[in-house]
Design a protein around this ligand. Structure first.
Ligand code: RP5
Length: 165
């Protein structure tokens, strides 16, 4: 096990979630934020989820991102075992197109919060951006990168109009 520090611990419930969760990883990579990506399930591998979470706590993890579909309890289980912020991404793919995982993730009973994002790709991107925003509070370099990202994003939209008008 390496002793390298990790800022964000990413968990997904199944390998089938990877194409969406990679969107979070791409954002964190672009901002130079260290992360650790894990396929671990709250119901298939409950002990491994906790073991991995504790390993990451020892590496100084500051935020957890948890993505799962169907009866998506992964984010809630992680939140039960840590005092760090947990950002939940509900995933589609099941018969209910993600409404099941949205409700499972967002409807946490009081006392154990999970910040819940949009279903699927938008949620994966926004959860990572939110992680960057939280880390920026104590990191002025990262904060500058985030400011630049927002400026560039605005500029791209303005550019589309100047090209079409
Ligand atoms: C959840 O069940 C996973 O997060 C995944 O989104 C869903 C289906 O998992 P697989 O049957 O594809 O492994 O636990």
């Amino acid at each position: 096990m390496s002793n390298e520090s990790v800022s964000v611990g990413i968990f997904m419930g199944s390998k089938s979630d990877l194409p969406i969760v990679e969107e979070s990883a791409k954002i964190l990579s672009n901002f130079g934020v260290s992360y650790d990506l894990n396929v671990l399930s709250a119901h298939r591998t409950p002990h491994e989820v906790v073991r991995k979470l504790e390993e990451l706590e020892n590496k100084g993890v500051k935020i957890f991102i948890a993505a799962a579909g169907m009866a998506a309890h992964l984010a809630g289980v992680i939140a039960a075992h840590t005092h760090k912020p947990v950002l939940g991404i509900p995933l589609g793919g099941g018969d209910m197109n993600g409404l099941d995982s949205l409700m499972s993730t967002v409807q946490m009973p009081k006392g154990i919060p999970v910040a819940t994002f949009a279903i699927g790709k938008s949620g994966a991107i926004n959860a990572a951006l939110c992680a960057v925003q939280i880390l920026s509070l104590a990191d002025s370099n990262l904060s500058e990168k985030f400011d630049q990202f927002r400026k560039d994003q605005t500029e791209e939209v303005i550019q589309i109009n100047s090209e079409t008008n």
